[in-house]
Design a protein around this ligand. Sequence first.
Ligand SMILES: Cc1ncc(COP(=O)(O)O)c(C=O)c1O
Length: 459
Amino acid sequence: MKTIIEPFRIHAVEPLRMATPEHWRRCIAEAGYNLFSLRADDVLIDLLTDSGTGAMSRDQWAAVQHGDESYAGSPSWFAFRDAVTSLFPFRHVIPTHQGRAAEKILFSVGGGPGKVIPNNTHFDTTRANVEFTGAEAVDLVIAEGRDPRNRHPFKGNVDLDALEALIIRVGRDNVPLVMVTITNNSGGGQPVSLGNLRHVREVCDRFGLPLFLDACRFAENAWFIREREEDQSGRDVADIVREMASLADGMTMSAKKDPMANIGGWLACNDDALAEACRSMLIMTEGFPTYGGLAGRDLEAIAQGLREAVSHDYLRYRIRSTAYLGEALERCGIPVVVPIGGHAVYIDAGALLEHIPPLEYPGQSLAVALYEAGGIRSCEIGSVMFGRRPDGSERPAAMELVRLAIPRRAYTQSHIDYVIEVCESVAAGAPGLSCMKLVSEPSRLRHFTARFEPRLTVA
Ligand SMILES: Cc1ncc(COP(=O)(O)O)c(C=O)c1O
């Protein structure tokens, strides 16, 4: 059959709050035109993020009941550690309350002024945690990865020549580690091939540098490898994940993505001295090493979620349902990043709203319009998120995208059909959408709390 159905049926439901465009217009104005500042009750379809927003399974909720809240040595810790190391066999696993806490610890230990961290594309919190230490975050995705219309199958790949040139230019002693984000969230949710990871490993070996994975969407990345990479078809996803891990020296992780937990993360590595330094930080900022920033019940939910994340039936449905939305938008003539990524569809707002210059934030304008028209919350990934530099100057981001992130197992096909209809109607009126003007912004991660106002343009 052509139809790939949800490999589950619904066991508990949560009401949505239906409302009208007048209501949504009032809410977004009160929120300073920042979608992060809305009350979630005022959102009809929430595609802000796939992070922590998935539906946990019956078996995850059952696992929650097994949560043991002992301060030290809880059985839930061992269940968590065993589930993590069955996929990522690193010597040290350090639980954290979410991915950015793992980043904070890793870069507090390994970053600092004069250091340079290469990545395919740093996620916003990764970049912020690198820059907070005074280090520089450098994005080295392949050129195809910066072209929304290029159909390269692995647009998250690292530009190997650029990586090597950077290490030579700044000196290997100034590069504490090389990072690769799988899938590449800020670059369109695009996968990294196993071949590219092997080559990055070779570059790291040549310079004696550790390689870390930002592995939030490891299962989706592995599914793309299985589907798209030569000699990988038919391979077990868990086995591909283990091979990806074997190429790295460590990882940071947000368990709110592929492991389908509502909270959690970890840092893992093989280096004993690094692990010891990180555990000392963990105890100061997160908690004892057998729970980190988590309750025993969270550790259990993550352990079970990890087993479900590598199910082929689940991943086939997951990747197909994201493509369903992306392909429908393409058919409506809406420019989207292709091929469609794993966890989200990215509308190319720069192309759709050509009349709005990057520093008048076409992505923000489109995100606001989708909410006003249909109560859909999306996320700008463009110059609002990445435009402000550490020296205070402002520069356009590489792309002006609006991300429609799909929470795992949460919305049905008819919800997505509604999203398609809203996008089509907003795109039809795109030339009339307003520029956005920044009214206030904090000094870091401004997209979370900045306030805007629309500035009318002549269409
Ligand atoms: C690629 C990537 N890295 C790191 C993070 C940070 O994880 P968390 O939100 O759990 O702190 C995210 C979250 O969206 C992400 O997508």
